[in-house]
Design a protein around this ligand. Structure first.
Ligand SMILES: Nc1ncnc2c1ncn2[C@@H]1O[C@H](COP(=O)(O)OP(=O)(O)O)[C@@H](O)[C@H]1O
Ligand SMILES: [Mg+2]
Length: 269
């Protein structure tokens, strides 16, 4: 694969908390690459460092009680130590971000349309109101919400959890990012809705050739969606490779444990 297809490159990422007497390393020497059109999964049990990795890539780890080392290269820029203005130009524009809980990410007193348009107001200030409206309707349709004009005027509490997560995805992709980071995007949802969201991400990845960093503790979802996976445990990358390869021939005992923990029925799906 030629170098120019590499969207994201993480080299030797270390993340440490310095909020106690003894520093606590929560991500240790992580290396990964993500290519255009590829879906990379990060799996591992709770507390393994998945979200910290996602936050670092999204440029959201700016805290005085943390120390980060290494390099995060995205589109010719280094994000881990980039200045605020560089990050501001990338977040929501070249990198879209979706988190687990759609209700806390949405503002309860603003209409859906206004919220979906937020990244356009920041990153496409030259757009007229009408252009923004049309683009928002398109994004709501892209995430397969029926009657987008109607949804545009709704408030978050008037939508179901699955619809709210679709709205979050619409907001994240409205500027057509090269990379979408989705951290446990389906964890708060019912199983059937989880599968719908996974299928939606799959379709968006294929149609827009958008790279996706999909983070989940749920191996059955990761298996369906991801081309490659990274298995994390206690901040360390224990295994990485092609999804089929890892599921068929896991090398590490920890990966085997995770695979064996998937309910039997789901394994045959
Ligand atoms: N403010 C904090 N101070 C110290 N450790 C923290 C803090 N926030 C998170 N951690 C630790 O960082 C580790 C990784 O957390 P996280 O990346 O959120 O895990 P995951 O997303 O895989 O569940 C966990 O062990 C967690 O306890
Ligand atoms: Mg997490």
């Amino acid at each position: 694969m030629p170098m120019e297809n590499i969207v994201l490159q993480v080299k030797n990422l270390n993340i440490e908390f310095h909020d106690h007497d003894v520093p606590e390393r929560v991500v240790n020497h992580l290396n990964m690459e993500l290519r255009q059109g590829e879906i990379l999964g990060i799996v591992g049990e709770s507390g393994s460092g998945k979200s910290m990795t996602a936050m670092a890539v999204a440029g959201l780890l700016r805290r005085h009680d943390m120390k980060t080392e290494g390099e995060i290269r995205f589109g010719g820029k280094e994000l881990l130590h980039a200045d605020r203005e560089t990050l501001r130009q990338i977040q929501g524009n070249e990198i879209g971000i979706v988190f687990q809980e759609p209700m806390t990410s949405l503002n309860p007193v603003k209409r859906i349309g206004w919220q979906v348009e937020e990244s356009l107001r920041i990153h496409r200030p030259q757009m007229s109101r009408d252009e923004r409206f049309l683009r928002a309707i398109q994004a709501l349709a892209d995430v397969e919400l029926d009657n987008p004009q109607h949804i545009y005027r709704k408030y978050p509490h008037e939508l179901s959890g699955g619809m709210r997560q679709r709205v979050m995805i619409a907001s994240a992709i409205i500027c057509e990012p090269k990379l979408l980071i989705a951290d446990e995007p389906t964890t708060a949802l019912d199983v059937t809705i989880q599968l719908q969201i996974v299928k939606l991400l799959q379709r968006l990845n294929q149609e827009k050739q958008m790279a996706v960093l999909f983070i989940s503790h749920d191996l059955s979802l990761v298996k369906r969606l991801c081309h490659r996976i990274i298995v994390m445990h206690d901040g360390n990358m224990v295994e990485a490779g092609d999804t089929q390869e890892i599921f068929c021939h896991p090398r590490e005992a920890y990966t085997m444990e995770l695979i064996n923990a998937i309910p039997k029925l789901e394994k045959v799906m």
